[in-house]
Design a binder for this molecule. Sequence first.
Ligand code: TNX
Length: 490
Amino acid sequence: MQLNALIPMPISAVPAEGAYALTEKSRLLVDPGNDELAAIGCRLAEQLRPATGYALPVIAHRLVRGAGDLLLTLGAKDVALGNEGYELLVAPEYVRVAAPSPAGAFWGVQTLRQLLPATVERPEPQPGPWTIPAMVVRDRPRFPWRGFMLDVARHFFGVEEVKRVIDLLAAYKMNVLHLHLTDDQGWRIEIRSWPRLTEVGGSSAVGGGDGGFYTQEQYAELVAYAQARYVTVVPEIEMPGHTGAALAAYAALNADGKARAPYAGTGVGHSSLALDKKITYRFVEDVIHEIAGLTPGPYLHIGGDEAFLTDPEGYRSFIERIQDIVHTHGKLLVGTEEIAQARLLPTTAVLHWASGLATQAVPQGAKVIMGPATRAYLDMKYDASTQLGLDWAGHVEVADAYAWDPATQLPRVGESDVLGVEALLWTETVCSRADLETMALPRLLGIAEIGWSPAAARSWEEYKLRLAANGPRMEAMGRQFYRSPAVPWM
Ligand code: TNX
């Protein structure tokens, strides 16, 4: 029963005799001497305590296990599990999550959570019982990049809201949060050497709202929160287009030396950094320097799309120059597929969203992240009756977001050229938590599965039943979601 509700579907799950029960005597036993594993155990205990009401002590000790105990161990030496794989043994007497790495153990714990009744996600005591049918799960992801982009520039989302997003990503084994931090309508991250970026650029939003921004302390808190959940934050500072907020903050960045007015509309392609001004490169250097310092992860994203005000040659040399700056700061570049028109380093990755330009990245050795707008843009309306959202890429029903494969999207971009998948939520029409969740859910779960589960095992007819079974779980987590008529919700 619960096995049929897992998302993403594991590579293999073999049922066995009997069932495990979590009880008030259960303890969480973790390998001694490993703080990271102990932290994963503590987080699991925190998640299970409210609904179960059990004490669930976390004990870093190789104790003889007792009935009902949960074990987390890095004892799995199986190289086939890779960096993020795990083995989950559910026996009548105990449960053991074994992985070669803490990340794998963390993903194994997420599977374990989903095997418990959905009510375990509720914030207040529930009757239980907390049983799981015995089984052995062996699992690992298909792609290393399983991403979600949140546009905090068009409408701002504060620290608590983004933490809720991180919780959601982690629950479905997504491991990249790409934050679109700057655009025409807003600049959302404090840059100490250029304070007007947030003083001026932070105070606008689509529709003329209040805006907002993260101080560097707040941003660091978000990054740490994500890191503790094995989610890498990829910051995006968009350039050379989509720079209206910076151009409003600093007159000198404009080609004509005049500050632009703050922009609250939803048009695109009408702003550009001045590619032939020296100050532009000092600005980019300073910003990348500060952002790199806030980023433990390997990637910095520079956007690069819809740079309609630049000529092709100027655009190419600008991107190459920025790529060098990012590289000099010890980071790897990510951009939209337009940057593949420039000379790319083989460590660079490009996002495919709406053209075939990503194919030009592959002969250069660069990798492709698949986020086709017709499948993975969570700001597209589900159908004609959807209140929020846009429709320039068509309607994206829940089945459309699920029934596609990253390795067959573009000619000459095959499995080994693909770094992973990304679901993107642009927020021109998305203002609140409810808006965010009803556009992201349930389509995000489909993209999570595409990034994790083998293609051969996937079919919409089977998936929609698991998705239906996930309805009560999303509800128990306090999430809003779109009840597509194509899904037989329970
Ligand atoms: C295109 S996707 C854009 C965004 C918009 C989005 C709306 C991309 C790289 N550029 O600036 O917000 O469409 O769907």
